[in-house]
Write a protein that binds this ligand. Sequence first.
Ligand code: UDP
Length: 332
Amino acid sequence: MKLLVTGGAGYVGSVCTAHLLDAGHEVTVLDDLSTGHRDAVPAAAAFVEGDVATATDGVLATGAFDGVLHFAARSLVGESVVDPAGYWHGNVLTSVALLDAVRAHRVPRLVFSSTAATYGEPEQSPITEDSPTRPTNPYGATKLAIDHAIASYAAASGGELGAVSLRYFNVAGAHRPVDGPMLGERHTTETHLIPLVLQVALGEREHVSMFGDDWPTHDGTCVRDYIHVDDLAAAHLLALDAAGEGDGPGTHLVCNLGNGTGFSVREVVEACRRVTGHPIPAVVAPRRAGDPAVLVASARRARTRLGWAPQRGDLDGIVADAWSFARARVAS
Ligand code: UDP
């Protein structure tokens, strides 16, 4: 298929681009490099540097695209609380402009990076796609708004557009291509647990802070569902098929992506100690605003509707890949 990947210079977007190319697809990456890295875009992909809001239409005009995978977004919960305008403009208005371009050029498939943050504080665990969506921060609210926009564009497309929103839980790990450098998480401002813990093992910070040890969980720290980025990427390839055929055109399918197993912050730190052999000092810090105690996915729908089966659910394996990537980054 001829595909456009927005945000293909970012963590998840670059790994998905690598998987798409490996599967024989023709990929054009559109990214403004505001948070992504040019050298993360696999060499076999065409690259256009530009703003998704204004450049998508021009890119789609260059040929008959079979699908768009839309990763480009701002994605930091804390930042979204202090700069909501950046998120409503950068995520929602940009995505509506993208949808207009998709409609204008009659692109038949759209796969969107959504998030577990659309659910907010869950009433039940594991979280199914039918759970209430009450996001507790602007980041989650903007992703939910885009999910709604996609649903209505698909419904009104007269059967021309099939779309899938994939709601990611905690993505981690790194991709090891057959040739070329590993692809992993490298944010200028790192807020995610596993890369932060590994920075301690690299000697880049003295300790990791565990945000709260009085949560209603088995060891008092927050529980999350960690999914390997390669498993996540595999789901996008399946979603492209489902958007075009499996679920029929003119529909919007929402699927959670997670392993269905939760690990606490303490257990993640322990896994990082096992993998790195470093003692990794950890101190208890106050709770972080907006954190739910437990976020674990039911990915039953992804299994049944997409035929997805995660292969890399082992936490130590996820951490080991993130560790290889972190060490390679420091060495380069
Ligand atoms: N966390 C932590 N210390 C840190 C960073 C994160 O204790 O320095 C916790 C955070 O409160 C949450 C879990 O680790 O319970 C995962 O956080 P992350 O930011 O990686 O992902 P989120 O679940 O917010 O998407």
